[in-house]
Write a protein that binds this ligand. Sequence first.
Ligand code: TYD
Length: 137
Amino acid sequence: MSPSPVPETFSIDLIRDSRGAIGVLEESLIGFPIRRVYYLVELQAESQRGAHAHRDLEQVMIALSGSFAISLSDGKQWQETFMMSSPRIGLRVPPGYWRELGDFSAGAVCLVLASLPYDENDYIRDFSEFVHWKAGS
Ligand code: TYD
Protein backbone atom coordinates (compact mmCIF):
# COMPACT_ATOMS: atom_id res chain seq x y z
CA MET A 1 0.00 0.00 0.00
CA SER A 2 1.41 3.41 -0.91
CA PRO A 3 1.89 5.88 1.94
CA SER A 4 -0.78 8.54 2.49
CA PRO A 5 0.08 11.86 0.86
CA VAL A 6 1.31 14.58 3.17
CA PRO A 7 0.87 18.35 2.92
CA GLU A 8 3.58 19.95 0.82
CA THR A 9 4.36 23.20 -0.88
CA PHE A 10 5.34 23.54 -4.50
CA SER A 11 6.65 26.34 -6.69
CA ILE A 12 4.68 28.23 -9.31
CA ASP A 13 6.67 30.04 -12.00
CA LEU A 14 5.73 33.63 -12.71
CA ILE A 15 6.10 34.77 -16.30
CA ARG A 16 7.30 38.33 -16.01
CA ASP A 17 7.65 41.14 -18.46
CA SER A 18 7.61 44.91 -18.21
CA ARG A 19 3.78 44.87 -17.73
CA GLY A 20 3.72 42.54 -14.71
CA ALA A 21 3.55 38.80 -14.16
CA ILE A 22 1.38 35.77 -14.97
CA GLY A 23 1.11 32.65 -12.79
CA VAL A 24 -0.24 29.55 -14.54
CA LEU A 25 -1.95 26.63 -12.77
CA GLU A 26 -2.38 23.54 -14.95
CA GLU A 27 -3.70 20.23 -13.66
CA SER A 28 -0.31 18.59 -14.22
CA LEU A 29 1.12 20.96 -11.60
CA ILE A 30 -1.86 20.82 -9.23
CA GLY A 31 -1.96 17.01 -9.12
CA PHE A 32 -5.74 16.50 -9.39
CA PRO A 33 -8.53 17.47 -11.80
CA ILE A 34 -9.76 20.92 -10.74
CA ARG A 35 -13.53 20.70 -10.14
CA ARG A 36 -14.02 23.92 -8.20
CA VAL A 37 -12.24 27.21 -7.61
CA TYR A 38 -13.03 29.63 -4.80
CA TYR A 39 -11.28 32.46 -3.01
CA LEU A 40 -11.26 34.14 0.37
CA VAL A 41 -11.27 37.94 0.42
CA GLU A 42 -12.18 40.73 2.87
CA LEU A 43 -10.33 38.80 5.56
CA GLN A 44 -9.92 40.33 8.99
CA ALA A 45 -6.63 40.03 10.88
CA GLU A 46 -8.35 38.42 13.85
CA SER A 47 -10.53 36.08 11.78
CA GLN A 48 -10.09 32.35 11.81
CA ARG A 49 -11.24 30.32 8.83
CA GLY A 50 -11.25 26.62 8.16
CA ALA A 51 -11.52 24.78 11.48
CA HIS A 52 -12.68 21.69 9.67
CA ALA A 53 -11.40 18.66 7.77
CA HIS A 54 -12.50 17.04 4.55
CA ARG A 55 -13.00 13.30 4.14
CA ASP A 56 -12.23 13.10 0.40
CA LEU A 57 -11.51 16.60 -0.88
CA GLU A 58 -8.01 17.57 -2.00
CA GLN A 59 -7.12 21.24 -2.17
CA VAL A 60 -4.37 23.59 -3.22
CA MET A 61 -4.16 26.95 -1.46
CA ILE A 62 -2.25 29.99 -2.71
CA ALA A 63 -1.76 33.44 -1.22
CA LEU A 64 -2.49 35.53 -4.32
CA SER A 65 -1.96 38.66 -2.25
CA GLY A 66 -0.83 39.44 1.28
CA SER A 67 -0.11 36.69 3.79
CA PHE A 68 -1.72 34.26 6.22
CA ALA A 69 -0.90 31.15 8.24
CA ILE A 70 -2.23 27.63 7.66
CA SER A 71 -2.05 25.10 10.51
CA LEU A 72 -2.73 21.44 9.73
CA SER A 73 -3.34 18.39 11.90
CA ASP A 74 -3.56 14.76 10.82
CA GLY A 75 -5.50 13.93 13.98
CA LYS A 76 -2.36 12.79 15.83
CA GLN A 77 -0.14 15.84 15.60
CA TRP A 78 -0.03 19.36 14.28
CA GLN A 79 2.31 19.97 11.35
CA GLU A 80 4.59 22.96 11.03
CA THR A 81 2.58 26.11 10.38
CA PHE A 82 2.75 27.09 6.73
CA MET A 83 3.23 30.86 6.31
CA MET A 84 1.74 31.67 2.94
CA SER A 85 3.01 34.97 1.58
CA SER A 86 3.78 34.51 -2.12
CA PRO A 87 1.74 33.82 -5.27
CA ARG A 88 4.70 31.67 -6.30
CA ILE A 89 3.97 29.03 -3.62
CA GLY A 90 1.09 26.54 -3.55
CA LEU A 91 0.20 24.28 -0.61
CA ARG A 92 -1.29 20.86 -1.35
CA VAL A 93 -3.67 19.74 1.40
CA PRO A 94 -4.53 16.04 1.03
CA PRO A 95 -7.84 14.60 2.30
CA GLY A 96 -8.08 13.94 6.02
CA TYR A 97 -6.33 17.01 7.41
CA TRP A 98 -7.82 19.46 9.88
CA ARG A 99 -6.98 23.02 8.74
CA GLU A 100 -7.06 26.40 10.41
CA LEU A 101 -6.30 29.63 8.57
CA GLY A 102 -5.49 32.86 10.40
CA ASP A 103 -3.08 35.78 10.86
CA PHE A 104 -4.41 37.44 7.75
CA SER A 105 -2.58 40.54 6.55
CA ALA A 106 -4.50 43.51 5.22
CA GLY A 107 -5.75 42.74 1.72
CA ALA A 108 -4.88 39.04 1.89
CA VAL A 109 -6.44 36.92 -0.86
CA CYS A 110 -6.47 33.11 -0.64
CA LEU A 111 -7.15 31.18 -3.84
CA VAL A 112 -8.35 27.58 -3.38
CA LEU A 113 -8.42 24.90 -6.06
CA ALA A 114 -10.53 21.89 -5.14
CA SER A 115 -10.80 18.35 -6.48
CA LEU A 116 -14.58 18.01 -5.94
CA PRO A 117 -17.74 20.11 -6.06
CA TYR A 118 -19.00 21.57 -2.79
CA ASP A 119 -20.53 18.91 -0.52
CA GLU A 120 -21.27 19.69 3.11
CA ASN A 121 -21.28 15.92 3.83
CA ASP A 122 -17.55 15.84 3.04
CA TYR A 123 -16.85 18.21 5.96
CA ILE A 124 -15.97 17.23 9.53
CA ARG A 125 -16.47 20.38 11.60
CA ASP A 126 -15.88 18.97 15.08
CA PHE A 127 -12.23 18.33 16.06
CA SER A 128 -13.03 15.43 18.42
CA GLU A 129 -15.09 13.77 15.71
CA PHE A 130 -12.18 14.27 13.30
CA VAL A 131 -9.66 12.67 15.67
CA HIS A 132 -12.04 9.76 16.23
CA TRP A 133 -12.61 9.34 12.47
CA LYS A 134 -8.84 9.36 11.80
CA ALA A 135 -8.19 6.83 14.54
CA GLY A 136 -10.62 4.45 12.86
CA SER A 137 -9.53 5.02 9.26
P1 TYD B 1 -16.37 27.07 4.77
O1 TYD B 1 -15.77 26.03 3.87
O2 TYD B 1 -16.80 26.63 6.13
O3 TYD B 1 -15.36 28.30 4.90
P2 TYD B 1 -13.89 28.41 5.55
O4 TYD B 1 -13.32 27.05 5.67
O5 TYD B 1 -13.12 29.28 4.62
O6 TYD B 1 -14.03 29.09 6.86
O7 TYD B 1 -17.57 27.75 3.99
C1 TYD B 1 -18.20 28.92 4.49
C2 TYD B 1 -19.62 28.94 3.93
O8 TYD B 1 -19.59 28.98 2.51
C3 TYD B 1 -20.43 27.71 4.33
O9 TYD B 1 -21.76 28.13 4.60
C4 TYD B 1 -20.42 26.87 3.09
C5 TYD B 1 -20.30 27.88 1.97
N1 TYD B 1 -19.56 27.35 0.81
C6 TYD B 1 -20.23 27.01 -0.34
O10 TYD B 1 -21.47 27.15 -0.45
N2 TYD B 1 -19.54 26.52 -1.42
C7 TYD B 1 -18.19 26.35 -1.37
O11 TYD B 1 -17.57 25.90 -2.37
C8 TYD B 1 -17.49 26.70 -0.15
C9 TYD B 1 -16.00 26.53 -0.05
C10 TYD B 1 -18.22 27.19 0.90
